[in-house]
Design a binder for this molecule. Structure first.
Ligand code: FAD
Length: 506
């Protein structure tokens, strides 16, 4: 007899994987299909912040900001290896937002989100503070320093998928939902394996459309329904340059056009600069940073830094599409960042829940709210939300304990360089110790692909994290693509094919 799942999820981004984890932990039977690699949609192209969103206060998004602010410390505790506090410096720019307005915004930021561990805002004299040194001399006197967190966005997706899998969910990357049809109180959902073309139809009591930018496309072309709500696709681009300064603070810069951009320390040796806000149409998978966006980011950052940011410094660019709920706002920058659900339910018919909008920061709360929407169809009575205190894989240690994990890695594998151990701690947390089981010498690490990427790590990623291609490994499971050259990536591709590992897991 074929299995009847409680919940089938379309989309393996942060929202789909977050819902899968939450539902599996409540004892539901769950299946998730992702048409590409997990986290390869919008969830890998973010600015990588777990943040309240200071800017959203200007649009009176108090509900969203409060929820997002309170999630910072919750998520930090669940995954302290991939989520860490980040201090931001906001230089006051004469002629843009007045200092009293910035102070008011930051007062709210400090107080409405239940902040306990993150340090509060302070005022800076940029003439004497080290964070003033990389900035144009004489232009910025006053600044404010406040707290948010940064996150490895794709690794957060993978951690949720891993935990969902460990709790019994079926996770199917590279599996496209090509059709979903209601048969009374059951959904029949047809999957197509993107590599082999093989199809399979599964049955589920409820269906969740977490397809991000594709949410409307899935509704119209796979389910044959028109959405009541609409998605507004807004592109955002980033540039990555060699590190622009030595201290550990990030900057938030105001632009003359009312937008803000960030310059954030990234992967030790780089600075991440972004982002833009432009309406787009067409296939969300095909967007790239346009020459206009790259120039915009270079120019905006150069307004502040003493050394201009030029195209020649760029080592990587990326762009993604925000699947925003279309609230009719005139400008892309002011469209709401909050999430909206559309629940399609009729008496005796299986329900469909579609998700519009959302942020990485609020995925856990969105997942709880999504399951609450489906409560009447699914949850055993009395089963409470549980994800706010259950660590994600690798994150089962104290928020201050990353150095201890690092030391444990070095104790178990003293032949690793300090930077290698540190990278493993920050990528895998306590799971690094599992990854290194049975490794007693450099030779045991197997083939060296460069930039400390070893055969042992690659095999771990294929076996335990659904990685199949070199791109999955060097741009999503890790960011070693910033350090490996073309020949090294090609060698990894060849090795995966020769070792027969590029088609495993599914
Ligand atoms: P996605 O991650 O896009 O997941 C949807 C998945 O559905 C995709 O992987 C897709 O392949 C899959 N799919 C589609 N159709 C099918 C099908 N037929 N069958 C199977 N699978 C299918 N948020 C923050 O909190 N902090 C930030 O700093 C931040 N910065 C951002 C910067 C930019 C430039 C952008 C674009 C977004 C940013 N966000 C940020 C927002 C955040 O990234 C998104 O809200 C979030 O990643 C959306 O996740 P998702 O799961 O809904 O969508």
């Amino acid at each position: 007899m074929t299995q009847l799942y409680d919940i089938a999820i379309i989309g393996g981004g942060i929202n789909g994987c977050g819902i899968a984890r939450d539902a599996a932990g409540r004892g539901m039977s769950v299946i998730l299909a992702e048409m590409n690699d997990l986290g390869s949609g919008t969830s890998s192209w973010s600015t990588k912040l777990v943040h309240g969103g200071l800017r959203y206060l200007e649009y009176y998004e108090f509900r969203l900001v409060r929820e997002a602010l309170s999630e910072r410390e919750v998520l930090w505790k669940l995954a302290p290896h991939i989520i860490r506090p980040q201090r931001f410096v906001l230089p006051h720019h004469t002629g843009l937002r007045p200092a009293w307005l910035l102070r008011l915004g930051l007062f709210l930021y400090d107080h409405i989100g239940g902040r306990k561990l993150l340090p509060p805002t302070r005022t800076l004299d940029l003439a004497t503070d080290p964070t003033g040194i990389p900035l144009k001399p004489g232009m910025f006197h006053k600044g404010f320093e406040y707290s948010d967190c940064r996150v490895d966005d794709v690794r957060l997706v993978i951690a949720n998928a891993q935990d969902a899998d460990a709790r019994g969910a079926v996770i199917r990357p590279r599996t496209k939902v090509v059709n979903a049809a209601r048969e009374g109180d059951i959904w029949r959902v047809t999957f197509e394996h993107t590599k082999t073309g093989a199809t399979e139809t599964i049955s589920a009591r409820t269906l969740v459309n977490a397809a991000g930018p594709w949410v409307e496309d899935v509704l119209s072309t796979k389910i044959g329904m028109n959405a009541g709500a609409h998605v507004r696709l807004v592109q955002g681009a980033h540039i990555v340059v060699r590190k622009l300064y030595d201290h550990d603070r990030a900057y938030i810069f105001q632009n003359g056009d009312g937008r803000i951009i960030f310059a954030i320390p990234y992967e030790d040796d780089f600075t991440l600069i972004g982002t833009t806000d432009n309406d787009v149409h067409g296939d969300p998978a095909k967007v790239t940073a346009t020459p206009g966006e790259i120039d915009y980011l270079c120019t905006a950052a150069s307004e502040y830094f003493v050394k201009p940011v030029t195209r020649a410094q760029i080592v990587w660019t990326f762009a993604g599409v925000r699947p925003l709920y279309d609230d009719g706002a005139s400008e892309a920058k002011s469209a709401t960042r909050d999430y909206v659900f559309e629940l399609d339910e009729k008496l005796g018919a299986a329900p469909l829940l579609s998700i519009f909008g959302g942020k990485i920061t609020t995925y856990r709360r969105l997942s709880e709210a999504a399951l609450a929407k489906l409560d009447g169809y699914l949850s055993p009575a009395g089963f409470k939300p549980w994800t706010s205190t259950a660590p994600l894989p690798g994150g089962d240690f104290d928020v201050e304990g990353l150095d201890t994990i690092n030391a444990r890695i070095l104790a178990s594998a003293p032949f690793l360089s300090a930077s290698h151990a540190r990278r493993l701690a920050r990528t895998y947390g306590t799971r690094a110790l599992f990854l290194l089981e049975g490794v007693h010498s450099t030779a045991d690490l197997g083939r060296d692909f460069g930039a400390t990427l070893s055969e042992v790590e690659v095999r771990y990623l294929v076996r335990h994290e659904w990685a199949q291609t070199a791109e999955d490994i060097v741009w999503r499971r890790t960011k070693l693509g910033l350090r490996l050259d073309r020949a090294q990536v090609d060698a990894l591709t060849n090795w995966l094919e020769t070792a027969g590992l590029s088609v495993s897991m599914v």
